[in-house]
Design a protein around this ligand. Structure first.
Ligand code: SAM
Length: 230
């Protein structure tokens, strides 16, 4: 009996340690839990990921941003599940200063860190960005704007009912728009039961939503990058 209690305590303690070190890793438990974890982990989120090489992540965003045709109107960029704004901050380096950004995330903590980074940025001004604190599928359902570049980085695996999401994203893409996103790769993908996507399944899902030219780019062991065009 005592041994059993000790084993249960040890398992609970181990779970707590993992959760405190890796906010987000168990986020498939529920969207509510995910949001809570990101709110709690927001202040240290950037430090946690600093150890990874974001060169390929930045490069694929730079390529997409530089290939957009500049028209008379300002370009519109959408950062879905923007977190602390890493993708927007990279993209802004390669886009004209007239570009407008919309950043959606349901974690207020993550949005606040993003807002602080923009306050320190010489490239972006808070007036260039519309921040939206909302669950992204719900936001996409009521969005009436269209975007030239959609960034959806390190987040697809957290969204329940992911297979319906590409069609929602496609519906807010302007003709010729580009989508840049990540796919959880390798064993990491299996951390998200029911949301794991093989390359082939994801390409098919994007294709049936109306995206073309799906191109995968290897990155780090947990994620690979991809681009697609409307
Ligand atoms: C791993 S972080 C990635 C942040 C950012 N895109 C980046 O590349 O650094 C995942 C983000 O997705 C957000 N998120 C997860 N599921 C979401 C949902 N269903 N609706 C809105 N935001 C969501 C979390 O709050 C978190 O900020």
């Amino acid at each position: 009996m005592v041994t059993c209690a000790l084993v249960i305590l040890a398992i609970l303690a181990a779970l707590l340690v993992v959760l405190s070190i890796y906010p987000g890793e168990f986020s498939w438990v529920s969207t509510r839990a995910n949001r809570w974890l990101y709110d709690r982990g927001a202040a240290t989120y950037e430090d946690k990921w600093q150890r990874h090489d974001y060169g390929a992540y930045a490069a694929i965003i730079a390529d997409a941003a530089q290939s957009l045709e500049h028209e008379e109107r300002p370009l519109q960029v959408l950062d879905l599940a923007c977190g602390t704004g890493r993708a927007t901050l990279f993209a802004a380096q390669y886009l004209p200063p007239t570009t407008r950004f919309t950043a959606v995330d349901y974690s207020r903590g993550m949005l606040e860190v993003f807002q602080s980074s923009v306050a320190r940025s010489s490239r972006l001004d808070a007036s260039d960005i519309t921040w939206v604190e909302c669950e992204l599928a719900a936001w996409l359902d009521q969005c009436e704007q269209s975007f030239d570049l959609v960034l959806f980085m390190e987040a697809a695996e957290f969204v329940p009912g992911f297979s319906q999401l590409p069609a929602k994203i496609h519906s807010v893409c302007a003709p010729g728009a580009q989508l840049v996103m990540t796919r959880p790769a390798g064993l990491w993908g299996w951390m998200f039961p029911g949301r794991h996507q093989t390359r082939r399944a994801l390409a098919a899902c994007l294709g049936s939503a109306g995206f073309a030219q799906v191109r995968f780019v290897p990155w780090r062991s947990r994620y690979e990058l991809l681009t697609a065009h409307r």
